[in-house]
Design a protein around this ligand. Structure first.
Ligand code: SF4
Ligand code: SF4
Length: 289
């Protein structure tokens, strides 16, 4: 069972919910594969504290052009077909901007002169970590890199290798609702949307809900810092969004988080909150967790 934890925006407590759910399942004796898909700013390892390896470099395919074989400016098929605007015709040849290339391979496929071959470029590093009962994956993009999906794809492939030994795969998605989030949500069975009781939080929840409905992924919402601001419960009811549970707003929770510790262990009330969320996910996701 693959469960993604997402949110429309950063800072809502997505990683808090994902890591505490992982801890809950570990305490239940289940084997967990955890993927931190936020490859721009991974932070789940700060809370779960797995023993990490040194990482391996991850590459993505990019086109390499043979100017001698190219048919010249009259053709320009590759330039016209690239919908990511990664190719331009300049000074008598095709010039690739590989930072913008999505590695789709269309230009190579379309070239009538076989003038394009496949090269690679490094996008970042993938790391694997271990804790008893948990395999942990995180990635870190190269500085200045904008192409997160290939690295997220690599992390998910690694987690799929572990999935035969795991009872549950938990994916901590990046913030927002763009390509890296869509890549993280691919092939998940259920999504948990974490929100907070603020106008910004509920606005961005709406964007995430639209995305999940479009992708046809079943989901429910967790209200983090419940009781802090406006009535998020009424908002969920009005918009037909299932409530999976709440994490109460408390000074104790904020202090525990700021020390990099797990809320699950901070108090019986917080342990009960995450247990209830995990049980509700289990019943919503078909009891297969
Ligand atoms: S499609 Fe091939 S032949 Fe045509 S411009 Fe591009 S590289 Fe040259
Ligand atoms: S591989 Fe795809 S994205 Fe990259 S340059 Fe070719 S057509 Fe554009």
């Amino acid at each position: 069972m693959r469960i993604a934890v997402a949110s429309g925006k950063g800072g809502t407590g997505k990683t808090t919910v994902a890591t505490n759910l992982a801890l809950h399942h570990m305490r239940q004796g289940r084997k967990v594969a955890f993927v931190d898909c936020d490859v721009e700013e991974p932070n789940a390892h700060l809370f779960l504290k797995p023993e990490m390896d040194d990482g391996t470099e991850v590459h993505m395919p990019v086109p390499v052009f043979d100017d001698d074989a190219c048919l010249g400016e009259e053709c320009r098929k590759c330039v016209e077909l690239c919908r990511f605007k990664a190719l331009i015709w300049m000074a008598g040849s095709v010039m690739p901007f590989t930072e913008m290339c999505h590695g789709c391979g269309l230009c190579k496929l379309a070239c009538p002169a076989d003038a394009i071959s496949e090269g690679t470029r490094a996008v970042g590093h993938a790391y694997r970590g271990q804790l008893p009962g948990l395999t942990f994956h995180k990635g870190l993009m190269r500085i200045g890199e904008a192409m997160a999906p290939p690295l997220i794809r690599e992390l998910k492939e690694r987690a799929t290798e572990d999935a035969s030994n795991a009872d549950i795969v938990l994916l901590d998605c990046p913030p927002g609702a763009s390509c890296p989030v869509v890549q993280s949500l691919e092939n998940v069975d259920f999504a948990v949307l974490v929100t907070e009781p603020t106008p910004f939080g509920l606005h961005d929840l709406g964007i995430a809900v639209k995305l999940l409905r479009k992708l046809d992924i079943p989901f429910g919402a967790v209200i983090n810092r419940d009781g802090m601001g406006i009535d998020a419960h009424a908002h969920l009811r009005e918009n037909g969004i299932d409530l999976l549970g709440t994490v109460p707003h408390s000074i104790e929770a904020a202090e525990t988080y700021s020390r990099g510790e797990m809320l699950y262990d901070a108090s019986p009330e917080l342990e009960q909150a995450f247990t209830a969320i995990a049980e509700r996910i289990e019943s919503k996701a078909g009891g297969a967790v």
